[in-house]
Design a protein. Structure first.
Length: 511
């Protein structure tokens, strides 16, 4: 191992490779920050460019692009409440309120630091523990995936509030989110469901247009309405970053150290989620956010502008990047769509993903591991100029900025599948999100259920097929039982929050 590591280090450390990482990271951040364009798209754009290049240089460029694309989504999530990628949706829950409070620079700094931390954590796991982690992931079947998704869905009960009414609102929206996620062809029988004669809905409702409409367009509608009614705009100004705000400074190392437990926990969650094929950054981000809210002393303030609420999802979704390569390299199974594109790049350069990769190309593989680590270090310094540019861009007057945001949202929705219909869906869900916010409904339950619904349904139905309709399959597999127990604890924690919230409200009324 040591000899292969030293050979890989010699292959990795070169000026062309470092330049390749830098170029790829810059492309990734730019593409990832544009609503609707994801890290996967950025990698796909770069793959043809890498055909004639050296394999190590090609991989370094693609890995830099991957890391940059995942982080780039947080920039628009914080500044515009528009996640550049689904994995950044959780970041906007506290990132955007921080921006409106004039702490956008601090939020962006924490997002970048947490992204690098999560990326480095999973990169070192990839370097030292790839094979053992992959063997654990190999034991996951439909029952394990179904119970894991159920655990993720219990997040809803703990993120919507601490009163019975708020939880009932959230659960109703979650059920509606699951219903909406079922639009399209049945994953098992391929029968049509809820398409109402629109054949274009056979593919289901696309995620990015729905997210852009619910989060970004609805916010534009809300702020426009407030301005039209001549309300006090001091709390809704889009110029959330003020130079004279003493708290609006780059995140300090003392603050990073204060959130060290949250960063470690979220990085571990992201690494485990990344090693499981098909789970991805979105589940990791929301699960990390949920766990941070549960164990934080300021958990009640989550959703109103809490720095820890930015650190947790960013560490979680960026930890997925390197971890998604674990099943690809050791088993030949990509852990995410982006990892599948990288696997295609490996094949182009004569490296077959799978168990024999470590045997046939150990030097190149260790060079890849080292380049993944370097991409995080380099990205920390490269991303800061992009943050300064983005901060200045959103200081444009609202009369100019709002129409530009709507145009970019429409282009982002259209760019996914090149369908005008997706733009119409974006506006439809923008109106839906506007009504939810206007009448004080949280959008989080709907979004989370809509994202996880297809995974939950497919895994559950596959489990039922395997067991001939018996629910015992979930109680005869150790990992599935573990997830069920954790789900029960998660729900009990939600009930505890109701009691604590009621006690606090009673104390305030007595005062």
């Amino acid at each position: 191992m040591i000899s292969n590591f030293l050979t890989g280090l010699q292959l990795a450390i070169s000026i062309p490779n470092l330049l390749g990482i830098s170029f790829g990271y810059c492309i990734g951040v730019i593409v990832g920050a544009i609503p609707g364009l994801t890290a996967t798209m950025a990698i796909s754009l770069l793959v043809p460019i890498t055909y004639p290049l050296d394999p190590i240089l090609s991989v370094s460029m693609l890995m830099g692009c991957y890391a940059g694309g995942v982080y780039g989504g947080s920039i628009s999530a914080i500044l515009l409440n528009t996640p550049g990628a689904p994995g950044s949706a959780a970041t906007s829950l506290d990132g955007y309120p921080l921006y409106l409070q004039g702490k956008g620079k601090k939020a962006l700094g924490m997002a970048l630091t947490a992204s690098v931390f999560g990326g480095l954590f999973s990169s070192f796991v990839l370097l030292f523990l790839a094979e053992p982690v992959a063997m654990i992931a190999l034991k996951f079947g439909p029952p394990e995936f179904a119970t894991l998704i159920f655990l993720s869905l219990t997040i809803i009960a703990s993120t919507v509030g601490d009163t019975v009414i708020s939880i009932l609102k959230g659960l109703n929206l979650a059920m509606f989110g699951i219903l909406v996620s079922m639009v399209g062809l049945d994953p098992i029988t391929a029968g049509r469901r809820y398409v109402f004669g629109f054949t274009i809905l056979d593919r289901g409702l696309p995620l990015i247009p729905v997210l852009i409409g619910m989060l970004a367009l609805s916010e534009i509608f809300i702020q426009t309405e407030q301005r039209l009614h001549h309300l006090d705009t001091s709390t809704i100004t889009t110029n959330g970053i003020h130079d004279d705000n003493p708290e609006n400074v780059w995140v300090t190392w003392k603050e990073v150290w204060f959130y060290r437990v949250t960063l470690l926990r979220s990085s571990l969650i992201g690494t485990l989620m990344g090693a499981l094929p098909g789970i991805g950054a979105t589940t990791a981000a929301f699960l990390s956010y949920d766990q941070a809210k549960k164990y934080s002393k300021r958990g009640k303030n989550f959703g109103n502008g809490e720095l820890e609420g930015v650190a947790a999802p960013e560490a979680g979704n960026n930890a997925v990047c390197a971890a998604a390569l674990i099943p690809l390299i050791t088993l030949g199974i990509p852990g995410s769509v982006a990892a599948a594109v990288l696997g295609g790049a490996f094949l182009i350069h004569g490296m077959m993903p799978g168990p024999m990769l470590m045997v046939e190309h150990p030097d190149k593989l260790y060079a890849l591991f080292i380049l993944v680590i370097l991409s995080n270090f380099i990205g920390y310094f490269l991303a800061r100029p992009f943050i300064r540019v983005a901060r200045n861009a959103v200081k444009i007057r609202p009369g100019i900025l709002f129409p530009l945001i709507v145009v970019f949202c429409a282009l982002g929705a259209y760019g996914i599948n090149l369908y005008i219909f997706d733009m119409k869906l974006m506006f439809l869900f923008g109106i839906f999100g506007y009504l939810m916010k206007k009448y004080e409904f949280s959008v989080v339950p709907f979004i989370l259920a809509f994202i996880l619904g297809p995974f939950a349904e497919e895994s559950f139905r596959q489990s039922m097929i395997l067991s001939d309709g018996s629910f015992l399959i979930f109680f005869t597999r150790p990992i599935a039982i573990l997830f069920i127990i954790l789900s029960i604890f998660s729900l009990l924690w939600s009930f505890r929050n109701i009691k604590v919230g009621a006690a606090q409200r009673a104390d305030k009324s007595d005062d």
